[in-house]
Ligand binder design. Sequence first.
Ligand code: PBG
Length: 325
Amino acid sequence: MRDIDFKRHRRLRRTESMRALVRETHLRTEDLIFPIFVLEGEGIKNPVASMPGVHQVTLDYLNEEMKELVDLNIRSVIVFGVPNEKDEVGSQAYHEDGIVQRAIRQIKEDTPSLTVVADTCLCQYTDHGHCGVVREGDIANDESLSYITKTAVTQAQAGADIIAPSNMMDGFVAAIRKGLDEAGFCHVPVMSYAVKYASSFYGPFRDAAHSSPQFGDRRAYQMDPSNRLEAIREAESDVDEGADFLIVKPALAYLDIMREVKDRFNLPLVAYNVSGEYSMIKAASQNGWVNEQEIVLEKLTSMKRAGADLIITYFAKDAARWLNQ
Ligand code: PBG
């Protein structure tokens, strides 16, 4: 019964082994970067209410957490600090014994095989919750660069393998690159949050990191979700300034941007699968509305298909467990 002409695509889908043979995109545990939130103090493992399965931990819990990652074959972490003290300029961000600097030192000592990425921003450390210093109601770009650079240098001194600036000030890659080079860290790469949108998907993170702006919002420095060409301009200037990796953030609502950045620039591309994307899936699966394992692997694979080489994700441990099965 074939008097019309058509193609038989289903030939390549008939069995699992045939599907595996023609699969184009592969997700590996090595692609995943696990975010951790470190707290000052001792003996605390605090669940983040809006992110089931995510905890803030004090340093005495860190080693077992890192060992778990190594056992799962996850190779890298990104460290976020939750300091006790905040002030106008976020001085705990660049203190040599700040919570992140101590956490980095401890991880590099105890679990040297892990690649430690330091998130470099001021918002968890400033009393107003903005990512730079505030002058006359505005976030002062150039003055903020000096604080963010100091932060990057102390993180490198603590042993960070990669510096990941996320504060969206203009020129942050150039400033940090110069600061690192002058301090003797020309070998430490910069993973730039090059394309970071002012997104409502960050809501749960701000609970986890205590980093909500106390007035206004971040739209005068993070990008407008409507813009595509602006993403290219942002990535282009970071490449010119010496970035070694580019991050697109958030991930799911911005897969088009990811593909475009990947096609235009020859740098490793990182997707940041952000907190709101995590919490929505957790909530739906806790209600039994979706199959968590299938939906998480599908969505992480879609980020790789869109061009991401690496994915920062709170699902890293779960995904690694499923991938290792
Ligand atoms: C800090 C920072 C944020 C996130 C990562 N680094 C929050 C923000 O910009 O408000 C968000 C991560 C997430 O939602 O998972 N600048």
